[in-house]
Design a protein around this ligand. Structure first.
Ligand code: PMT
Length: 399
């Protein structure tokens, strides 16, 4: 996702400096090239050797020492960066950047930077609330810096409140959003995710293994690329991606209502949910007691939400999924045409790393023109990007 992007990470002297190590790992894992500038006080919390080992490059601490290539560090680093992230950003560095001061390598570099800047303040709650700090944050935001608000929670100074550095995953998400193409700006995307639960009695239900990861990754990717996203999800234990409207539902009928009520306000519908095809014909109001007799449960058909959307789809782009255990392509092709889809994403439960619960998937994307794209094993996050690429291509073709 951040392939070959050049991120300059500034680390300043707060207890959260130790989190810079994990942050560098996630940048590198996402494909970025990372250089690190540490202030003198940051070096008292975590060593340059740790951050240098993880970033795979030089760590810069001294304004007056030239780089390996003989360059002047504050100028070279400022020109090199596609993005500058300061995490954690102390009250001191915020004040220096806001005031245009340059008395160490990081603050001097910030004076020469023209790339986008992400600042992640982290400090004690009272310091964070201090009017001088807040005024500096506002000044920097007005000047175009992206500010990631501090999280609330237990702080190292044994108080509780706002001031925590957000998690490396949250910072990575903001960075990926800053780099993402905004090719879905103004497009309204409706995604379904997760399983449905079909109640048998107040304590039991019929469901499946869907974790929601595939659908949530799609919602997040669409949002990153500028779409207005609504995510209708069955019961899962995932947090809504930032900026996405989450509509929680329980069973197939409530999912159908949530989807059909939002159809008019959607341009693209992606149905990644694993909807139960059947539900118990009767739901007992009290717990079904065990007896020595065999218990027979009669199931009846649930509505096929995708087929209903297909009937009313009009000009919208409709993407379905097919979860198969045999005859993957034949079954997917049948669903593509019978449900009036533009694309179908087929995944085979028998393929290692594919389908339910994994962080990865292996999919084939079939289209109405007979196109058949096979993607290798990849993170669901990456699969989502590739599906969104296909949707963008369809939208462009229509325009
Ligand atoms: O959630 P994860 O753990 O990340 O797993 C991801 C996934 C395996 C659930 C996902 O990749 C996937 O394949 N989702 C579709 C699963 C499924 O229900 O497949 P299906 O072939 O039974 O259904 C075909 C399509 O019809 C799907 O788009 C489904 O959402 C839709 N459908 C199915 C039944 C029904 N009653 N209404 C529907 O809308």
């Amino acid at each position: 996702m951040l392939s070959e992007k050049r991120i300059l990470l500034g680390v300043t002297g707060g207890i959260a400096a130790y989190k810079a190590a994990e942050l560098i790992r996630s940048f590198v894992k996402a494909g970025a090239r990372v250089r690190v500038v540490m202030t003198e006080s940051a070096c008292r919390f975590i060593t340059p050797m740790t951050l240098g080992t993880l970033s795979g490059g030089e760590v810069y601490t001294d304004t007056f020492e030239t780089t390996r290539d003989g360059e002047i560090p504050h100028i070279d680093l400022a020109y090199w960066a596609d993005l500058v992230v300061v995490a954690p950003a102390t009250a001191n560095i915020l004040g220096k950047i806001a005031g245009g001061m340059g008395d160490d390598l990081l603050s001097t570099t910030m004076l020469a930077v023209t790339a986008p800047v992400l600042l992640c303040p982290a400090m004690n709650s009272n310091m964070y609330a201090n009017p001088a700090v807040q005024a500096n944050i506002k000044k920097l935001a007005d000047r175009g810096c992206r500010i990631l608000d501090a999280d609330s929670g237990d702080l190292a100074c044994r108080t509780t409140g706002p001031g925590r550095l957000p998690s490396p995953e949250d910072i990575l998400e903001v960075v990926e959003t800053m780099f993402a193409k905004k090719d879905l700006a103004g497009v309204r995307v409706l995604v379904t995710a997760g399983p449905t639960q079909e109640p048998l009695d107040p304590v039991r239900f019929i469901t499946n293994h869907s974790s929601g990861k595939m659908g949530f990754a799609l919602a997040q990717a669409a949002r990153r690329r500028g779409a207005d996203v609504t995510l209708v999800s069955g019961p899962v234990s995932l947090d809504a991606p930032p900026g996405v409207e989450l509509v929680p539902v329980q069973d197939a009928r409530s999912m159908r209502d949530a989807v059909m009520n939002r159809l008019a306000g959607s341009d693209v519908i992606i149905k990644a949910a694993a909807v139960s095809d059947y539900r118990p014909s009767e739901t007992s109001l009290s717990k079904i007691k065990k007896s020595d007799e065999t218990l027979t449960v009669t199931l009846e058909r649930n509505p096929d939400i995708l087929a209903s959307v297909g009937e009313e789809k009009g000009n919208r782009i409709l993407v379905g999924f097919a979860m198969e255990t045999e005859d993957l392509v034949e079954n997917a092709q049948r669903k593509l045409s019978s449900k009036n889809l533009d694309l179908i994403v087929a995944n085979d439960l028998g393929e290692p790393g594919a389908g339910f619960r994994h962080d990865t998937n292996v999919v084939r994307i079939l289209d109405r023109e007979g196109g058949d794209e096979t993607l290798p094993l990849m993170e669901k996050k990456e699969v989502a990007e590739r599906i969104i690429d296909r949707i963008v291509a369809l939208l462009e073709k229509r325009a």
